[in-house]
Design a protein around this ligand. Structure first.
Ligand code: HPA
Length: 277
């Protein structure tokens, strides 16, 4: 378990207001962080304990600021298991932002659509997940403050889901709902793997999010998850899949994604805050 102290000391010097919400912005969805008011920008590479981000479309920047009246810390970019990072490195930002006081996580990702009813560009509310990464960031000695055996019967907060669905309906944004399956990557799936993943009950597949959600839940942080369906998964389309296609679809959907997140933050601002542990 990495020591949070150096990261926290560094961030405490730069970020003076307590964040209420942490926003993880997936591939091609980082633009929203540029809309934060009174921003304080900190490159991951400058934060002691944080590894530099390496993926195209992921800037590796932490931005603290206000959005829709809510103090947020947005991560433009994240760490992935496929980069070779240990699961505790991937999830260090969650621990650090929770320690800064954020008790709600809005996590997003780009994902392949496994459900044949989904279209590229759809936004999917995560109802549940399947962890096929074969890794779990909670393995090891119990970190003080963590649950040893966190309940996962409802990783995605029901109240936040209802709130997101209300916002989407009010704004006329198509928001599907489904199960996200996490794989380690970095290769995209074979057609046979997608057929398997569909049979397992997943609606979308991607290479992130689940490690962060597991740590958030172990800390008692509430989670809202949103996938941008950037492409039809292997075998559901005749075309080979590229990272560029994923980034293009994300960029095209970014305004809708931004409107949904802003709407959710506006509503969140009206809810009483859960107790800070
Ligand atoms: N598979 C896995 N990860 C992804 C995909 C996909 O089809 N699209 C975006 N991220």
């Amino acid at each position: 378990m990495p020591d949070l102290t150096p990261s926290l000391a560094y961030l405490h010097e730069r970020i003076t207001r307590r964040p209420r919400v942490m926003l993880i912005l997936g591939s091609g969805m980082g633009a929203l962080a540029d809309e934060l008011e009174e921003p304080v920008r900190v490159p991951f590479a400058d934060i002691p304990g944080f590894a530099p981000a390496t993926v195209a479309g992921h800037r590796g920047l932490l931005v603290a600021g206000r959005l829709e009246g809510v103090e947020c810390i947005a991560l433009q970019g994240r760490y992935h298991v496929y980069e070779g990072h240990a699961p505790d490195v991937v999830t260090l930002p969650i621990r650090v932002l929770a320690a800064l006081g954020a008790r709600t996580l809005l996590v997003s990702n780009a994902a392949g659509g496994v459900n044949p009813g989904f279209r590229a560009g759809d936004l999917m509310l995560l109802d549940d997940h399947i962890n096929l990464m074969w890794r779990n960031p909670l393995i090891g000695a119990v970190v003080p403050g963590d649950e040893r055996f966190p309940d996962m019967s409802e990783p995605y907060d029901r109240e936040l889901q209802a709130l997101a669905e209300r916002v989407a309906r009010a704004q006329g944004i198509r928001l599907v709902r489904g199960v996200y399956c996490a794989v380690a990557g970095p290769s995209y799936e074979t057609r046979a793997e997608i057929a398997l993943i569909r049979r397992l009950g997943a609606d979308a597949v991607g290479m992130s999010t689940v490690p962060e959600v597991l740590v958030a839940r172990a800390l008692g942080v509430r989670v809202l998850g949103i996938s941008l369906i950037s492409n039809a998964a292997a075998g559901l389309t005749a075309k080979p899949l590229t990272h560029e296609e994923v980034l293009e679809a994300s960029a095209a959907a970014a305004p809708r994604f931004g409107a949904l997140i802003r709407g959710c933050l506006r509503e969140l601002a009206r809810l009483p805050e859960v107790e800070v542990a």
